[in-house]
Design a protein around this ligand. Structure first.
Ligand code: NAD
Ligand code: IPM
Ligand code: MN
Length: 369
């Protein structure tokens, strides 16, 4: 049907490997029944890359990621690597690939499947029908700002410091992503900052307002302080359409948004860069981490990663119909009452990661008939 897509798989650590194994089964299914051929390559990232190569991300892995049409990533990290120097930690590999690929825009959609409206820890009526998009700036802010470090002040005193910094261009390009998304959704953007305290946020807000006036007057723009936004997300999440915010605030708010959908194991993400030569660098990953507490137990929810793959089909390859097939299969399996432990509810059937995968493949088979 189409020319082969070059896909780089970076399973990483812990449950990252388990949920990516499920995704590979789905990719094989698409190759077999939908003639959607991917040339799939594998590489290492995170703790396993450090154990193998002495670095959480090799230069050759970065090169392959840049060459690929899209990258799919599981998760990195684990307690066995927590004591390493910062640049050797698994998380450093993740930050590096984001930076090297220029993935400044991280889209984290929190959508509640009807079957899971009651699985949320929040009241059903607060979350049912929820569909919000968190747009997190991903290659700037306090995660990357200089100076940073830990200084020895002598006499047993030390100083740890980071710098939260944004430039006009960094704010404008992420705000533009949010405004463009809002255009295709419900036309509302809420920019989240801490402009009552932080200079960097004063600049953020001024630049968002300026861009809005210049280019997006039809979008409804509001502003919220991050502490209030955290509260509003659990008080009345449906007031939001698109939320745009900086790197650290977006990290925190998107974990909170995940719980609205029932579990962190349900939230996918797409990380996109600027178009160059007709291509948009892209990486897809679940929002959750390597979950050391359940790793190796065949308990992880693979649906965040499967949905990340379906975001890839939509965003990188413009294959909305193929993506819909997978999304429908997920919906049907949830409707049939199967639940991994994290989304378990009374009266439903608790299943393992692999049983959930079997069920998804069965639904895909039915859809293809
Ligand atoms: P985590 O997201 O790994 O886990 C938080 C909780 O959610 C755990 O109880 C876990 O069991 C549960 N959970 C997460 N994903 C799940 C899934 N798919 N199915 C069922 N339950 C799931 O966060 P953490 O415990 O704070 O961090 C663990 C490690 O992961 C750390 O090393 C951290 O740095 C790393 N991490 C990596 C990423 C990433 O790779 N993108 C994201 C977050 C954390
Ligand atoms: C995420 C994770 C990462 C982040 C860590 C593991 C570096 O929490 O993707 O949300 O903070 O961005
Ligand atoms: Mn996070």
């Amino acid at each position: 049907m189409t020319a082969n897509k070059q896909l780089l798989m970076l399973p990483g650590d812990g449950i990252g490997r388990e949920v990516m194994a499920v995704t590979e089964r789905v990719i094989d299914w698409y190759a077999k029944y939908r003639s959607l051929q991917f040339d799939v390559e594998h590489d290492l990232i995170g703790g396993i890359a450090f154990d193998t190569h002495g670095t959480p991300l090799t230069d050759s892995a970065i090169e392959r990621a840049k060459q690929a049409d899209a990258v799919l990533l599981g998760a990195v990290g684990g307690p066995q690597w927590d004591g390493l120097a910062r640049e050797h930690k698994p998380e450093a590999g993740l930050l590096k690939i984001r930076k090297e690929m220029g993935l400044f825009a991280n889209l984290r959609p929190a959508v509640v499947f009807p079957a899971l409206a009651e699985a949320s820890t929040l009241k059903t009526e607060l979350v049912s029908g929820l569909d919000i998009m968190v747009v997190r700036e991903l290659t700037g802010g306090i995660y990357f700002g200089e100076p940073r470090g830990i200084d020895d002040l002598g006499g047993g005193e030390r100083k740890g410091f980071n710098t939260m910094v944004y430039t006009t261009e960094e704010v404008r390009r992420i705000a533009r992503v949010a405004f463009d998304l809002a255009k295709k959704r419900n036309g509302r953007v809420c920019s989240v900052d801490k402009a009552n305290v932080l200079d960097v946020s004063i600049l953020w807000r001024e630049e968002v307002i300026a861009l809005h006036q210049e280019e997006y007057p039809d979008i409804e723009l509001s502003h919220m302080y991050v502490d209030n936004a955290a509260m509003q997300l659990v008080r009345d999440p449906k007031q939001f359409d698109v939320i745009v915010t900086g790197n650290m605030f977006g990290d925190i708010l998107s974990d909170a948004a995940a719980m609205l959908t029932g579990s962190l194991g349900m939230l996918p993400s797409a990380s996109l860069g600027a178009e160059a030569g007709g291509r948009i660098p892209s990486l897809y990953e679940p929002v959750h981490g390597s979950a050391p507490d359940i790793a190796g137990k065949d308990m992880a929810n693979p649906l965040a990663t499967l949905q990340s793959f379906s975001m890839m089909l939509r965003y990188s390859f413009d294959l909305a119909e193929e993506a819909q097939l997978l999304e429908t299969a997920i919906e049907r399996v949830l409707e049939s009452g199967l639940r991994t432990a994290d989304i378990m509810q009374d009266g439903k059937a608790r299943v393992s990661t692999s049983t959930m995968a079997d069920a998804i493949l069965r639904e895909l088979d039915k859809a293809a008939d």
